[in-house]
Ligand binder design. Sequence first.
Ligand SMILES: Nc1nc2c(ncn2[C@@H]2O[C@H](COP(=O)(O)OP(=O)(O)OP(=O)(O)O)[C@@H](O)[C@H]2O)c(=O)[nH]1
Ligand SMILES: [Mg+2]
Length: 298
Amino acid sequence: MAEQKSIFLTLSGRTNAGKSTLLNALIGEKIASVSSKPQTTRTRITGILTQDQIQYVFIDTPGLHKPKNKLSGHMLKTAEDSTSEADAVLYVIDCTKQLHEQDETMLRNLAQKKIACVILLNKIDLMQDKSRMMPFMLKLENQYHPYAIIPVSASQKDGLNQILQVAGELAQPSVHFFPDDKFTDQPERVLAAEMIREKLLRLLNEEVPHGIAVTIEKMQERQDKDLLDISAVIYCERDSHKGIVIGKNGAMLKKIASSARHDLENFFEIQVNLQCFVKVKQDWRNKETLIRSFGLSE
Ligand SMILES: Nc1nc2c(ncn2[C@@H]2O[C@H](COP(=O)(O)OP(=O)(O)OP(=O)(O)O)[C@@H](O)[C@H]2O)c(=O)[nH]1
Ligand SMILES: [Mg+2]
C-alpha cells in the first residue's frame, strides 16, 4: 500500500477574494457561506478532501479587513493566527482588484517566516485581457518568492486540479488526521446556522446583515416520519433591524426561511420544518460575552 500523506493548508486573503467559494469547490460540498458582501466568514472552517493516499485539510479563515468592532477584531486575529499554524498557505487574491497593503504585508510576512505560500489569482473568468496577468505574476514572483502562482476561478471550478497537484507536492508522510470520508469538522448545528445567515447576507442590504448572528435552538428528527425540525433564532443588533428582517407582514422572514430550508433539505437530504424567530441583542458585536456565546471567539 502507498504511504499515507497529509497537508494542512490555510486559505488566507482579503475579504471577498473568494476563499470560501474555493473551499466549497475543492471539497465538493457547500460547507462555507458565500456572499458578495465583505466579511462573510467569521470563524475558521475546516474542509477535508482525501484522494488516494493524500489527505488535504483546508482551513478557511475570515478575510483580511480593517476591524471596526470587537467581533471583527476577533475575526482578524483568527485570520492572522491561522497562517502560522498550517503547513502551507493558499493566499487568495481577487485578480480584478489592485493589490491591497494588507496583501503586501501578509505576503511579506509569509516570505520572511519561510512559510510555504501558493498564490491563487482568483476570478480569472472576469479578466478580459489575460495578457495583463503575466507582468503581475512576475512582480509577485520577484517580490514574495511564493512556491507557486496559479490563476484560478473558484466559481467556474477552474484550476482546482493544479492546486491539488501543488499541494500534493508539499504533503508530508503522515497518518490521516480525519476519517477518509469526512469532509468537515463543523457541527451540524453550526452548518445549519451558517446556511440561514448566508440567506440573510444575500437578501438584506448593507449594514443590517453584518449585525446578525444565528443560533440553532433545536435540531431533531421526528420519530414517526422523515422530517427534521429545526428551530433558529436570528439575533439583530438594533430594534429597527428586527423590523427589516421580518419585513412587511413577515414577507422578508418568509423569503429567508424558505430559501434556507431549500439548502438545508439539499444538504441533510431530508424534509425540513424550519422555524425562525427574530430577537434583538443591542450592539452585540461589541460585547465579549455575547460574541463568545454565539461561538464567534476562539
Ligand atoms: N466571477 C467570480 N466570482 C467569484 C469567484 N470566486 C468567488 N466569487 C464571488 O466573490 C464573492 C465573495 O466570495 P466569498 O467566497 O464569499 O469570498 P471570501 O474570500 O470567502 O470572503 P470573506 O469570507 O468575506 O473573507 C461572492 O459573490 C462569490 O460568488 C470567481 O472565481 N469568479
Ligand atoms: Mg469567506
